[in-house]
Design a binder for this molecule. Structure first.
Ligand SMILES: [Cu+2]
Length: 348
């Protein structure tokens, strides 16, 4: 029985190591951790759970996550030009496909500790797609343990909320993009006289259509229009447009120069019947259970009863090691280790 229990525990525990929910909890400055979890990052009350499109896109919770608007944390001193990272709690990795961002907002009153993020935000970093959207390796943040950016040297001195964000889009096709974001408190000095922009408000940052991206349905897209404003990297404002200037991934090699008038990427129409899309996942048949012993039979066994053995473990369908098969209809399977996470697809 010990060995059977051990197997059971191991099977239940294994998926947790691949749990793809996450929290940005640890501030990293120039490659070194400073403080501990939440020392300089406001702790949410949502733990590592995702916030879905309909719940958060028009909510103030989109700023710093649920329960974190007024959460207390300390403010850390950094210099313009420093590299600042936000590492995931529990030594997790970003294991959902989707874009990553960092936004900053200068505390209007000069004191970030009492700032609720209702002012102006500008984008300082983003990471998108290079290649087919349905291959998660093509997303720049895939399996990273942090989001990291460099504070533009032109950034005006002051106290800022700094907001890392990752949007998981594996359920975007059913209107359930997952938002993961936190707010750190940083005091920037040694900066310059740049004019950050374009400025946006949160909420108001995104529309549901642009974040509910379908990465699965054929023809699978290979470009992704980065939602939100253009990245500010110093100097004057990046322009008056509040829209990202390009639908082309920033890491795509030899991409043609984007023009300001380039039309926004449009979502391909979903096929009415996803016949050609990856097949629906189904669990393999459970191994047959040996017939139960009745108490009477059990009591009269004298020593030659057949040894109980566990049936063979059915193997999952052999596929590429890191592919996902979306489940497009019917009741979603439950991932035993992560029931609230990968409800519309499972890793094969
Ligand atoms: Cu998740």
């Amino acid at each position: 029985m010990v060995s059977i229990n051990f197997v059971r525990v191991a099977l239940l525990a294994a998926p947790l190591t691949a749990n793809a929910h996450y929290i940005f909890s640890q501030l990293i400055v120039n490659g070194e951790a400073v403080g501990s979890d939440y020392s300089y990052i406001r702790q949410n009350t949502n733990t590592y759970m995702p916030s879905y499109t309909d719940d958060v896109i028009n909510s103030e919770n989109l700023r710093c996550n649920e329960g974190a608007t007024n959460a207390a944390s300390d403010t850390y001193d950094v210099m313009a030009g420093d590299t600042v990272g936000f590492k995931l709690a529990y030594d997790e990795f970003i294991e959902h496909p989707g874009p990553g961002f960092v936004y900053m907002s200068l505390a209007p009153g000069g004191d970030v500790s009492s700032y609720d993020g209702s002012g102006d935000w500008f984008k300082v970093w983003e990471s998108g797609l290079s290649g087919s959207a349905s291959n998660e390796n093509n997303w720049g943040t895939w399996q990273d343990d942090r989001i990291e950016f460099t504070i533009p040297t032109d950034t005006p001195d002051g106290e800022y909320l700094v907001r890392p964000e990752h949007i998981a889009i594996h359920e975007g096709h059913v209107g359930k993009a997952q938002f993961y974001m936190e707010c750190a408190q940083l005091r920037v000095s040694g900066g310059g006289n740049g004019s950050p922009g374009p400025m946006v408000k949160i909420p108001g940052l995104y529309t549901a259509d642009e974040v509910n991206f379908d990465m699965w349905s054929p023809p699978v897209p290979s470009t992704y229009a980065m939602p939100g404003p253009a990245v500010w990297s110093g100097g004057g404002s990046a322009g008056g447009s509040a829209n990202s200037s390009s639908g082309i991934s920033m890491s795509a090699p030899a991409a043609p120069a984007p023009s300001a008038s380039q039309p926004a990427f449009s979502m391909p129409a979903a096929p009415s019947a996803p016949a050609a899309s990856p097949p629906a996942f189904s669990y393999p048949a459970a191994p047959s259970v040996p017939p139960a012993y009745s108490p009477t039979t059990f009591a009269t066994v004298t020593g030659s009863a057949p040894a109980f053995s566990i049936g063979p473990v059915a193997s999952l369908a052999p596929t590429a090691a890191s592919s996902y098969a979306p489940v497009s209809s019917g009741a979603p399977p439950v991932n035993p280790g992560n029931p609230d996470c990968e409800v519309s697809y499972v890793r094969l």
